[in-house]
Ligand binder design. Sequence first.
Ligand code: MEV
Length: 395
Amino acid sequence: MPETKKFRDMDLNERLDYIKDNSPISEDGMSAIRGWKEIELKKGENHIGFMPFSIGLVKITVDGKVRPIPIVTEEPSVVAAASHGAKMAASTGGFETAVNKTETTGQIQIIGIPAYRMEEAIEKINASTDSLTEEGNQASPHLVAAGGGIRSIRNKVIDTKCGQQLIIDFDVECMEAMGANAVSKMAEAMAKPLEEITGGKVVGRILSNLHIGRVVTCAAKFDRNAIGLRKEMNGNIVEISPDEMIDRIVALSEWAANDQFRATTHNKGIMNGVIGAANALGQDTRAMEAAAHSYAAFGRPYSPLSYYERSDDGNLYGCLKIPIPVGVVGGVINTNPIVKGLLEMTGCNNSRELASAIAAVGLAQNVSALRMLAGEGITNGHLPLHRLRTEQGQA
Ligand code: MEV
């Protein structure tokens, strides 16, 4: 993406032309973004109108590719912060990611199995995994045709106030979909056979939003030459050297690692970027929030999702591990041409690439917030920008 004039200095038409020339967005996608006021959007239940939000853009290098990622949020400083984080990593190679899997877990709850018959019920389920898999897969044929489907079935007994319950967890390869509906349909389809096998009663059958089969590890080195601070504040010059700033950010990272009150706010900063991008790209943001915070406490006390340290070459190293349950097919992508256009613009061709890009925006946002916190302070950095953008009508 060559750039003679800075993106922020371009007027709206220049920005849109830039996107047209420098991203894989289609003509239709471009016209949807340019002509958003004229688009006939799908009306929801009890419709009373539409509510437009500004779309901001962050250019971020992820796994060697420069991607324009749109952000929609009520907090305009998020775009500036994520852009700044992206810039600090650009000269040191950008963000590198690895996505563990594209699997979503489904769950089925069976009650009413007497304790003396539990072992037998479990044995029968274990002997029936092939037929259960077949029954489940038949409920989501499109997913199976695309190469996905149930990959494993497990069970566990939980002790509750109303007696023992047998819980079935099953993992589904969801390919390019987030898979919430497909997985819940599978869970529903397996209910009857499970009742027949166990003699119990199935009550709950639905996906789990603890998406451990969709974890992105995202790491970057933030350039020491960009990390220091020199700024005029209330007539005084505030100056923090790169080494001092790295030490302060590492100290902030350690604070979050040892204090849940701070870890929650640290993670909120990450989610500022993640949810902003997910909003713009038509993803289920509630699923992403639930997954992230649950993962932050998965098998450990509630913890920060990212950590920072000084790298051997004297830069700041940051690493984020976060579940990013997203899809590039289905849902609002099919019904909202603006979302479709924005997704095309990112150049993300599959759910792994999309998850990686969104995680990178999360880490970019996080490092920038920490730098501000370690430097001029949030109310001196972040909030004035928020006020300025709001006064300018988010121009
Ligand atoms: C504000 O929206 C987010 C921050 O509070 C995150 C943080 O403190 O790390 C700045």
